[in-house]
Design a binder for this molecule. Structure first.
Ligand code: PLP
Length: 235
């Protein structure tokens, strides 16, 4: 990727890739939402993305959202938490975030519910499922999902809309797709057992979203393919 690439051309390329993957899978691009992931990027880059029509951004740290949100309070931006959320950060999340895709344990659900009650807000949540055996990945063990969904039904401020996962970080297409297909199968199973609102599947990132779309993704989380390489040293 050359540094003279503009965000506009990178975004156009992402949309072409989405269209290509959908055509191959016999799906409509309208079925796949693009969630731009702005973590580590600054306000200027986010404003650039907004000028291109994007207004909903994924972030993985409440602290970073808390810094960015006030600077963009003049515009209608929606923040989505996609990273591991510590229970003691529930207060910040409840204040700034419109959606949490990384809900993976009951203690976090309790903390979010309590803080959202105080804020007088309800948010959409996705349950993050561990679909790979990599030790570093967060997420609920899939076998715990049925019980977890039953417990979540008691929380008025959390609207459970679907599932999220990170696939194994591997060039092996079969291994990556197995993670995505297992997420889809768990969603289908839970819906068959009565969880009608469980429709969304957030899966696929810059490097693997074509495979995720082939496996039924309804939402891809794309950072570097839109914003460029992340520089963690500056973050
Ligand atoms: C950073 C991140 C992404 C986006 O990754 P890219 O490879 O830059 O597209 C997606 N999902 C989660 C949970 C992330 O933390």
């Amino acid at each position: 990727m050359s540094t003279t690439d503009s965000m506009e051309s990178r975004l156009a390329r992402v949309r072409e890739r989405i269209a290509g993957a959908c055509a191959k899978a016999g799906r409509s691009p309208a079925e796949v939402t693009l969630l731009p992931v702005s973590k580590t990027f600054g306000i200027d880059e986010i404003r650039q993305a907004m000028a291109l029509g994007l207004n909903r951004f994924g972030e993985n740290k409440t602290q970073e959202i808390g810094q960015k949100a006030p600077q963009l309070s003049d515009s209608a931006v929606s923040w989505v938490m996609i990273g591991h959320l510590q229970t003691n950060k529930a207060k910040e999340a409840a204040r700034f975030v419109d959606e949490v895709q990384s809900l993976d344990r009951l203690s976090l659900a309790r903390a979010l519910e309590q803080r959202l009650q105080l804020e007088g807000r309800a948010i959409d949540v996705l349950v993050q499922i561990k679909t790979s055996t990599e030790p570093s990945k967060f997420g609920l063990e899939p076998t715990e999902l049925p019980g977890f969904l039953k417990e979540l039904a008691a929380f008025d401020c959390l609207r459970v809309k679907g599932l999220m996962t990170l696939a194994v970080n591997s060039p092996d297409q079969a291994a990556v797709r197995a993670c995505f297909s297992s997420l889809r199968l768990w969603r289908d199973r839970m819906r068959a057992e009565g969880a009608q609102d469980l429709t969304r599947l957030s899966m696929g990132m810059s490097g693997d979203f074509e495979w995720a779309i082939a496996e039924g993704s309804t939402e891809i989380r794309v950072g570097s393919a839109i914003f460029g390489q992340r520089n963690y040293a500056d973050a």
